[in-house]
Design a protein around this ligand. Sequence first.
Ligand SMILES: [Zn+2]
Ligand SMILES: [Zn+2]
Length: 677
Amino acid sequence: MSTQTVAIHLPDGAIREVPVGTTPLEIANSISPRLAAASVVARLIPLTGAAEKTADGDEPTEASMYAAENANAPRLVDLTTPLTADTKLELVTEKDPEALKVVRHSAAHVMATAVLELFPETKLGHGPSTDSGFFYDFYREKPFTPEDLEKIEAKMAEVVARNEPFLHEFVPRDKSLEAFEKDGDFMKTHFVTKFTAVGDDVSFYRNGKFVDFCRGPHLPSTGRVKAVKVTKVAGAYWLGDEKNPQLQRIYGTAFFSKKEMDAHFAQLEEAAKRDHRVLGKQLDLFSIQELAGSGLIFWHPKGAMIRKIMEDWMREECISRGYDLVYTPHVARVNLWQTSGHEGFYAQNMFTPMELDDAMYRMKPMNCPFHILIYKNSPKSYRDLPVRYAELGNVYRYERSGTMHGLLRVRGFTQDDAHIFCMPEQIVDEVVACIEFAKTVLTTFGFKEFKVELSTWDPNDRAHYAGSDENWQLATKGLEHALEREGIPYKTIPGEAAFYGPKIDFKLVDVLGRLWQLSTVQFDFNLPARFEMEYVGEDGARHQPVMVHRALFGSVERFFGVLIEHYAGAFPLWLAPVQIGLVPISERHLGYAVKVESALKAAGFRVEVDARNEKMNSKIRDFANQKTPYILVFGDKEAEAGAISVRTRGKGDQGSIPLDEFIAKAKEIVDSKSIEL
Ligand SMILES: [Zn+2]
Ligand SMILES: [Zn+2]
């Protein structure tokens, strides 16, 4: 009997000829039993055909769970899947970002197993993995109580302990539909009907007595779900229609280890404490007013003080880096937005037009066309370039009501926007300067780590990109050279560019390791052409300038929100709205308080005196709750000596020192913009 073989290409370049039907698990074991034990699933990459991205949206859709896969795309399979064709094979271990999704989806099956064992009348919907865990939709007349969730979690531990293998089975479609219909499993009936075709064998996964319509892949067995937690239950209508039965969606999360799961929940707790909406209220920084509308920010005096410091810093930096400051209106005629193209491609993000007596107007969603009008207001020659216009411009963008989130998602915000108009040969220098500026912004405000992405076009998708091949190459090369000159590691993301040009995005990493997209440097071929911008070159002929959009805070509101969370409201001394709190021990020290206050104010500090007739300790506590960097306490002894007793945030009582000495020390910290205090 001749055995047929298949060629398996391994990542190290080795090619193994193995009998048809060999499994990835067997191959892993032949490499090393440790690798086999560490593998979660396998990735098969076709030897021919373009490597296409696997579907990987934020929101798991039914289609992404059940729809047939693209045979030319890489796909994940069970370790026990028989290999029947030549293929590249990767063993997916914990290090692979896809592996955790497999663990979580397997945990969803474990949850459904537990629910059916405890509440056999329950009907099953679907149970995908999500970015932070997984859920499963159930139909059951009685609501699940918190006690039920505890029971479910305990039962899941039993299912895990039983270490049931996940078995992949195929059942003829009509047979499986018949079974689901007989049991009244209306949701499973729907999914099978919708996502399989007549004559198909339908894919199922079984562990113990539990069977689910599912494409997989899964872990080898339930015992590999090592850390799992049920988190909450919420209502959801079947297929999102309120006329349909109400489902109960139980959420959970799973990790490779208990240690990772504990770290995750500790981080969530820490993030909740840092929530900028909570701190914004507690520290009286900003508010959103129901009467005025959602997504519109009111900056209270303390928040406004921080904003002033941020904006002053930004304007000074712009001026010293050769930018000109401009101010432009908040509204413009619809004609302008037609010229710029916003009416066409951006209208759904704009506030609806308002009719005045002379024309239709719209709030501005971007500042770019305004800066272009200033450029065009007078003729430009090569000697004028580069032209750099900067503005802290208020823009308004339509977001659906109910989607707003504190300072992070709003309808009105302030961009620290700038547009640079230059000659092609100036591109690299200008982009280098933008990158350097962006780095300075991030480090000055205390972010030590950031990640950089270069979004480029997809040359095979010409329909979605404006501009010539030549321009795209010029711009992309310009951005690449600039990043390389600055020695900045970056990740290229093909097909993610804006339609009008490639861009560099800075994602800062905050103290909790969360990524925030803020600074961006973008090329634009579109607007200079639409507005027929030009300059007279050295050759005396007219040329079109190249345009760069760049925002470094991104949005002042959003940057402020990130700052609040990064510092948990304990702003560094140079940013703190009140830098020093004064605590006179009793009323007879109010006279000395005035002296201390005026000396500090003369030195440029932001000071608040607590002159209330309260106990010293409660005054100290109030300043501490406001996260005031310095609290100065004084009584008879200090007044006599011209001294103050210093309490430093995070360090406590530092003892008594002469006032002059304190001022000199604190001034140094402010001037250096230290983030240590
Ligand atoms: Zn499944
Ligand atoms: Zn712009």
